[in-house]
Write a protein that binds this ligand. Structure first.
Ligand SMILES: [Cu+2]
Length: 69
């Protein structure tokens, strides 16, 4: 499993957190921990099943911007 911390500065509330958790929960082999106060999403993932680009796409598909990558 790879681990990566993504910066998602647009997250503001529990609904944002739930949206991201829901979107990432649909991806194969992905576990996430959303840290709202830090504006961070920590992901653990199997890059053979789901590449990081797909994780970023899923977050951005919910209307958020992933900064830095
Ligand atoms: Cu929100």
């Amino acid at each position: 499993m790879d681990e990566k911390i993504l910066n998602v500065p647009d997250m503001t509330c529990g609904h944002c957190k739930a949206s991201i958790e829901g979107a990432l929960g649909k991806l194969s082999g992905v576990q996430c921990e959303v840290k709202l106060e830090a504006k961070e999403v920590k992901v653990r993932f199997d890059p053979a099943a789901t590449p990081l680009t797909s994780i970023v796409d899923a977050i951005e598909g919910q209307g958020f911007t992933v900064a830095g990558g």
